[in-house]
Design a protein around this ligand. Sequence first.
Ligand code: CP
Ligand code: NVA
Length: 294
Amino acid sequence: MNILSIFDTEDFIFDLLIRAEELKKGRVCRDLSKKTLGLVFEKASTRTRASFEVAMTQLGGHSLYLNPRDTQIGRGESIKDTALTLSRYLDGVAIRAISHKTIAEFAGHATIPVINALTDLEHPCQALADLLTIKEKKGGFNVKLAYVGDGNNVCNSLIGGAALAGMEIAVATPPGYEPNREILNKAKDISSSTVTVTNDPYEAVASAEVVYTDVWVSMGQEKSEAQRIKDFKDYQINSGLLDMTSNALVMHCLPAKRGMEITDEVLDGPNSIVFDQAENRLHLQKALIEKVFR
Ligand code: CP
Ligand code: NVA
């Protein structure tokens, strides 16, 4: 079973969240001794890498970090040959890829489970941990989530996750930075979904109980940083925007660019749940590994 997209969890997303809650409470986990999870990361990571590695340790298994720069991938070995070879050693692989096409091609050839650890299109592990966090803090999904900022990978998976969970989501982006059209359509096709997209951050946060943001400049977009800073200047999560809500909780997948998409005051403030959210990456990924490993 591969988890390339948040939509791949459609059939078991609620069970996964319950299992993650159990594991967080310290319930006995599946014994994955002698199992190895490969971590192929084409981009930097703190949370995703660390939480996957610790997850494998806590499950009794092992993880193997494979930096493309130190492997033959960096010298041009094909994705197909890499997938076929690594499938002979590993029991599963989590891939952080620059392009979503890379992970799709890898999964097309691999004979082991492939987990998306972030691509340019999606970040499903993040969205699942975010759902776990909202469930924990709000007791369920009968809430409105507002996402303000770039309609990026994190936003795309969050839209899918909200739709699957039956949670209302309102997204506000500057014109031209809206979320992926195909993902939006897929989410809207889910009967339980309530997804709206606007260019007005005030409209999105109105009556929201949770407000979420991510960086304006994702990894690999550094060249357009100056333009993005101009385009996103009215989309900052600050106390003025939060005042438009009744005490909404604040989420951020991290890493944050303090002073850009979110102020220090908000990130460090009493409504911020960002480090509980970061912690939940571990619990959720343990449940996910249990689920997908044979
Ligand atoms: N949120 C997240 O995926 O963080 P990292 O880039 O540090 O893994
Ligand atoms: N949108 C960000 C998320 C980092 C976890 C990026 O892709 O860089």
